[in-house]
Design a protein around this ligand. Sequence first.
Ligand code: FAQ
Length: 311
Amino acid sequence: ERTPEEAQFDDLIAADSRIEPRDWMPDAYRKTLIRQISQHAHSEIIGMQPESNWITRAPSLKRKAILMAKVQDEAGHGLYLYSAAQTLGITRDEMMAQLIEGRARYSSIFNYPTPTWADMGAIGWLVDGAAICNQVPLCRASYGPYGRAMVRICKEESFHQRQGFEILLELMQGTDEQRQMAQDAVNRWYWPALQMFGPPDDQSPNSAQSMAWNIKRFSNDELRQRFVGMLVPQAEVMGVTLPDPALKWNDETGRYDMSEIDWTEFEEVLAGRGPANAERIRRRREAHEEGAWVREAAAEYARKQAERQLA
Ligand code: FAQ
């Protein structure tokens, strides 16, 4: 027998309505949202590092300004998402502790280095492109604060994707060396970008329940297919080759055939053994420690303001 609260929750989900922070929700729903939203927030924050690495070295003042604005947008996304997670009863401090102590997940994609300027193009085109494919359906996620945060985030990610495309397009119209640099960056980012969508459907422990709760709307493999479908015509426009000789539209299945993804690499990165995992966490921890005085000053200011209001 369901309690009235349970029945109300089930009815809201069945009607494809929204669950708000004040509503009763099952513990497992709350837990899965805290897991996904905090991982997402951490990804935005850790995701600032591979690109901020290039702000001082971007090839022109215009490119510096654009890149700085993009990295700042990612910080904003992280903050909305931490706020959305906080409505579920976890504190910012708890989430930050999980991240800097290496106990939290964040997207595998941010554990790869950015050795050339073309990496800024490949990240915008492929990483932000994958982010959009994954996140547009999340605008309809059943949890209100998460879905609403996604709307603005997706608008900004679309702009990021275009700026990445434009960087690569310009390189592809340049010298042989520039074309080679762009192709090399696409070669390095393509497979990790496909891994962003998560494990194959038959190995995705969270998918079925998250879809039943209207958090996820499409499976990991469905979104991966949609992403490849978006890339193929754009790659043609730029003249870059997607590094998969088996990639081909299959009329019979109505899907792209593709080579097997290297899931061992994905597992290694998730286990903390990717090329830049240690560096990303170390840098995040240092930034947190260096920022202690800002947090202390803000807390002291808030305390004084509250005192003044009482007086
Ligand atoms: N990396 O059962 P599933 C961005 C974990 S975009 C690391 O399929 P689920 C924008 C998964 O957490 C990137 N871990 O899980 C930007 C689970 O582990 P757990 C962030 C991964 O949740 C661009 C386990 O594997 N976007 O930041 C990954 O149903 C440029 C089993 O997997 C989001 O977070 C992975 N790639 O589906 C910023 C989107 N894939 O928790 C800066 C929101 C899977 O049980 C610069 N998240 N895992 O220990 C989602 O849509 C989902 O959480 C999925 C995974 C699709 C990522």
